[in-house]
Design a protein around this ligand. Structure first.
Ligand SMILES: [Mg+2]
Length: 305
């Protein structure tokens, strides 16, 4: 549903002189001064969809509400500045719940030097809904976009993939520092964060860059959690299936010029594991390639909102 609605919105919303970048990327870019420098993103988390209030601690939910936005600013290689927070609280427990959400959110805001600029609260008889709008600014290197990948660029990722439901989707540290360092030191051509699934999000980056990609599945860094889920699963799913489709990894997915990729992934001062997992190609579409099975189509799988 979401992708169809976003496509419709992109058709309806006219360009505007204040918009450096409109809907369709990880965040929007506004022209407030003499250069496009203000980055804005928003996320909405709902009980029963993004978390389960009867199971998950409110502090973890509050932290996640900011962390997912920080991940989108990382995707743009932007520096976080300030947040505004909106919550719809279930009426029976509003004050206590609101405080716990913010007690989870504030430490992460301090860690990333995010000013809490304001917000709005409502109480109602519906489920808990929390939405954070995060404002950031681009560095002198400009924003990192989804649209710059070119055939021959290599696919580079941070971290590991799959199995986030076992805890990583709450406890991840957004890759803001890593994105800023990488963007400063290397020629990143395109990037995004993996929120909905590695294969699904790679497909989106390819759509924006009007190219295709081959993923070398033997090279994908697979998390222990993905192996655990596959071991427990009755459906025959493999660790690789989880790595390609689970989502909420909140790792960076980058297009890097082939001449720079080897040097980039060998840079141990970035603070995250870095892996080359494939290459962008001219022919549109996604493929997976392994030593054992050769090259075959890679379906886009992940979390569809
Ligand atoms: Mg994103």
């Amino acid at each position: 549903m979401e992708s169809d609605l976003v496509a419709w919105i992109r058709d309806q919303v006219p360009g505007h002189p204040r918009l450096g970048l409109g809907p369709g990327d990880d965040a929007a870019i506004l022209r407030l001064g003499d250069r496009p420098s203000c980055v804005v993103t928003v996320d909405l988390l709902t009980d029963g969809v993004d978390f389960q209030l009867d199971r998950d601690a409110p502090r973890r939910i509050g932290r996640k509400a900011l962390a997912v936005n920080l991940s989108d600013l990382a995707a743009m290689a932007a520096q976080p500045v300030a947040a505004v927070i909106a919550v719809a609280l279930p009426r029976h427990d509003a004050l206590s719940l609101g405080r716990q959400l913010l007690e989870g959110l504030f430490p992460l805001a301090r860690e990333f030097d995010v000013a809490i600029a304001g917000g709005d609260t409502n109480t109602w008889d519906g489920p808990l809904v929390i939405s954070v709008t995060l404002i950031g600014e681009t560095t002198g290197r400009g924003p990192l976009r989804r649209s710059g990948a070119r055939p021959g660029d290599l696919i580079v990722v941070t971290g590991q993939f799959g199995g986030s439901i076992l805890g990583h989707h709450f406890d991840f540290t957004p890759r803001v520092r890593e994105a800023l360092l990488l963007h400063e030191r290397y020629d990143l051509r395109a990037g995004m964060d993996v929120s909905d699934g590695l294969s699904l999000d790679l497909g989106r980056l390819c759509d924006e860059s009007r190219c295709g990609a081959v993923v070398w599945t033997d090279q994908i860094p697979i998390s222990d959690a993905a192996r655990q889920l596959a071991g427990d699963a009755a459906d025959g799913s493999t660790p690789l299936d989880h790595a390609l489709a689970d989502g909420e990894d909140f790792e960076l997915l980058l297009a890097v010029h082939a001449d720079e990729a080897a040097r980039l992934v060998a840079d141990t001062t970035i603070g995250a594991p870095l892996s080359i997992i494939g290459e962008f190609v001219a022919e549109e579409g996604l493929w997976q390639q392994s030593a054992r099975e050769g090259r075959r189509p890679l379906p886009r799988r992940g979390w569809e909102h």
